[in-house]
Design a protein around this ligand. Structure first.
Ligand code: NAP
Length: 238
């Protein structure tokens, strides 16, 4: 797709990958970027008149419907907002399992349902969901998160089928370890959010349906596409 002049909404845009995506869309010539945030005071200054802040906690139906009413029409929606409780499947509390699902799955689906009609109104466009390589196979230290991202992968595929006739392309983004607050406790090499965001924009411009925006995710994609069971076993050792 051509990013030039497009109207974009990014959720969870105040930090991490979301803030990097706002910077990347600005660089690639987007016409207007709505930066969705839970806490308006947390928004960094992007120093560009094309960015407008929108109050958007994706777990709050009132926030989502008010934002949809306010925006009217958009071309691109990036569902980036997410959380990770870091819970093991055998010891996770119901609250931890629910927290991962509430944001990463139910919240994201809520935003897709509210904003797809706004993209349809503008004549079609793109919905890009930030999933994770852990949506392809789980890691035990983050089982609740992996489960929520596997659900989001299935929702992404379901939305792709349902929205095709409305000229809305649905894209899955599968990052590996990215150097943000979410991954701060992972003692492994990570890709910078700006490098990952640039790769995501490249994937959108090239009309990729599945985007692997860093070296680890590209490697994971290779294993998964030829040997999904092998990926499960590989992650189980980590
Ligand atoms: N970092 C990684 O290694 C990695 C790998 C694979 C996938 N991802 C995915 O990439 C996305 C961005 O994560 P990140 O790494 O940039 O993490 P991050 O730095 O922790 O940022 C998460 C963002 O999501 C927002 N958010 C959380 N709950 C929200 C809610 N209910 N409504 C709206 N916004 C909410 C946060 O807002 P607040 O500041 O208000 O909390 C923050 O802006 C997530 O979907 C994550 O699962 C990350």
């Amino acid at each position: 797709m051509d990013i030039q002049g497009k109207t974009v909404l990014v959720t969870g845009a105040n930090r991490g990958i979301g803030a990097a995506l706002v910077r990347a869309f600005l660089k690639h010539g987007a016409g207007k970027i709505y930066a969705g945030v839970r806490d308006l005071s947390a928004m960094p200054d992007f120093n560009d008149g094309r960015v407008s802040v929108v109050q958007l906690d994706i777990t709050k139906p009132d926030d989502v419907s008010a934002a949809a009413q306010k925006l009217g029409e958009i071309d691109v929606l990036v569902n980036n907002a997410g959380v990770m409780t870091g819970s093991d499947i055998l010891s996770a509390t119901s609250a931890q399992l629910a927290a991962d699902m509430d944001v990463n799955y139910y919240g994201t689906v809520r935003v897709v349902q509210a904003f797809a009609p706004l993209i349809e109104k503008s004549g079609g466009g793109v919905i890009a969901n930030v999933i994770s390589v852990l949506g392809l196979a789980p890691m035990s230290y983050a089982a609740g998160y992996s489960i929520s991202k596997a659900a989001l992968l299935s929702a992404t595929q379901a939305a792709r089928a349902s929205l095709k006739s409305k000229k809305i392309k649905v894209v899955g983004i599968f990052p590996g370890p990215i150097d943000t607050q979410m991954a701060s406790r992972l003692p492994i090499e990570k890709t910078s959010p700006d490098v990952a965001a640039e790769e995501i924009l490249k994937g959108l411009i090239e009309d990729q349906e599945d985007i692997y925006p860093d070296p680890v995710s590209k490697q994971v994609s290779g294993i998964w596409s030829s040997n999904p069971k092998g990926l499960e076993h590989h992650f189980a050792t980590m």
